[in-house]
Design a protein around this ligand. Structure first.
Ligand code: LLP
Length: 395
């Protein structure tokens, strides 16, 4: 997707400089061919699964349409995401509704639409959903989000399935919640769900989740509950550091098949980061190069307003210059907002830079544009999608 020709950066066969000419910076740049390649890898490894895209990771309509046109469903957590999924052409029965604080309005829209699954986050949600199905007059398929109490190796903000977390139903309440759902007219218990963390880079962690899910599946089936769908959530890690290693779908598929050997179960996945992270980048422009305190600070026109991940999670994204050159100077790339946290990356090897030069921040396709904000009254960054005839300028 990225290469240098005559020391200038090209993206999917086009010079970045030409692509950026018509765009205000900072802007997001997405590659549809790269997205296609990742969808193909996923579908190849999981041909029979209920594959959904976690809408919180990216909201660009062109990407959402493309994902939907390949048959991917949607994992949504708000009315806005529910509407985006329908607008992208996702059939209602491929939508999974998640969330730990679903409002009655959100539940009502989901039930009215006839979504594939509504995943309960708490025993306390049963009576609320019961009211909604009674009022709407339609039945709803329900999954239980189980919090298995597994502590995964990732950033503390990205763990959601450890003991004490506010997400999901704790193990000691699962059977009672299953019973309550089954006793409620209009609710059909169909699935279980485990999503315990994000950016999990070791496939062994995904194996542990699959085994834990299989254990719950067998327990609930054994107790007479007609569980058909096991949703293993998302969480697959990507290669932010550029080591060449990332979660390989076939490896996950093999471990999932082992965990569920002999079971006629339908596996569901809700992948966000893995599908779209590597297909997007943030393009920023150098505003000023400052030398102070024995360091070099490259101030650029987009920081924690455009890409919040470094400030919020100490996430490290690779940064490449549009124009290669020698010598390489370690520099701190800083944003324009009045916050000490507004540092995109420290000690980045970069050639000498001057005002107006472009830099690209890699792997920004997931949780980049969706978490952008208007801090310091800056506008939200626009986006350009490569290979989309309507928006691709002449290269
Ligand atoms: N399913 C559920 C129930 C989730 O809560 C999430 C993400 C996903 C699926 C998708 O997870 P993924 O495949 O993308 O790891 N803003 C953070 C990530 C927060 C993830 C929240 N939940 C970041 O920028 O790293």
């Amino acid at each position: 997707m990225l290469s240098y020709h005559d020391q200038r950066l090209w993206v999917e066969g086009q010079p970045l400089r030409a692509l950026a000419a018509g765009m205000p910076t900072p802007f997001y740049l997405y590659s549809l061919p790269a997205l296609e390649r990742r969808i193909a890898r996923l579908k190849d490894a999981f041909p029979h699964a209920w594959l959904t895209f976690a809408y919180k990771a990216n909201r660009h309509p062109v990407l959402l349409h493309r994902l939907a046109s390949h048959g991917l469903g949607a994992d949504v957590v708000s009315l806005g995401e529910l509407r985006a999924a329908r607008a992208a052409g996702v059939p209602a029965n491929r939508i999974i509704v998640n969330g730990n604080a679903k409002t009655r309005a959100e539940l009502e829209a989901a039930v009215q639409m006839g979504v594939g699954l509504i995943q309960l986050d708490a025993a306390e949600e049963v009576p609320r959903l019961a009211d909604v199905v009674a009022r709407v007059g339609r039945e709803a398929n329900v999954g239980l989000r189980i919090n298995p109490g597994l502590d995964m190796a990732t950033h503390p903000h990205l763990k959601v399935g450890a003991r004490g977390s506010h997400f999901g139903i704790p193990p000691d309440q699962v059977l009672a919640t299953a019973r309550a759902v089954t006793k409620t007219p209009g609710l059909r218990l169909r699935g279980i769900h485990l999503h315990v963390g994000s950016q999990l880079t070791d496939v062994a962690a995904l194996e542990v989740i699959a085994q834990e899910a299989a254990r719950w599946y067998r327990t609930l089936r054994g107790a007479g509950y007609p569980i058909e769908v096991v949703n293993l959530g998302g969480g697959w890690g990507i290669d932010y550091a550029g080591t060449g290693r990332e979660i390989e779908p076939h490896e996950v598929a093999r471990r999932v098949a082992q965990a569920f050997a002999g079971e006629a179960v339908r596996i569901a996945l809700e992948l966000g980061r893995w599908l779209v992270g590597p297909v997007g980048m943030l393009v920023v422009r150098v505003v000023q190069v400052k030398r102070a305190w024995g360091r070099t600070f490259i101030a650029v026109d987009g920081g924690m307003n455009a890409l919040l991940r470094p400030a919020l999670y100490a996430a490290r994204h690779r940064i490449l210059p549009e124009r290669q050159g020698e010598p390489i100077t370690p520099a701190d790339v800083v944003g324009p907002n009045c916050e000490s946290a507004d540092v995109l990356a420290r000690d980045v090897p970069l050639p000498p830079l001057r005002e107006g030069d472009l830099l690209v921040i890699l792997d920004a396709g997931a949780y980049g544009e969706t978490m952008a904000n208007t801090y310091n009254a800056r506008p939200l960054p626009p986006a350009l999608v490569l290979n989309e005839p309507a928006t691709t300028p002449e290269a």
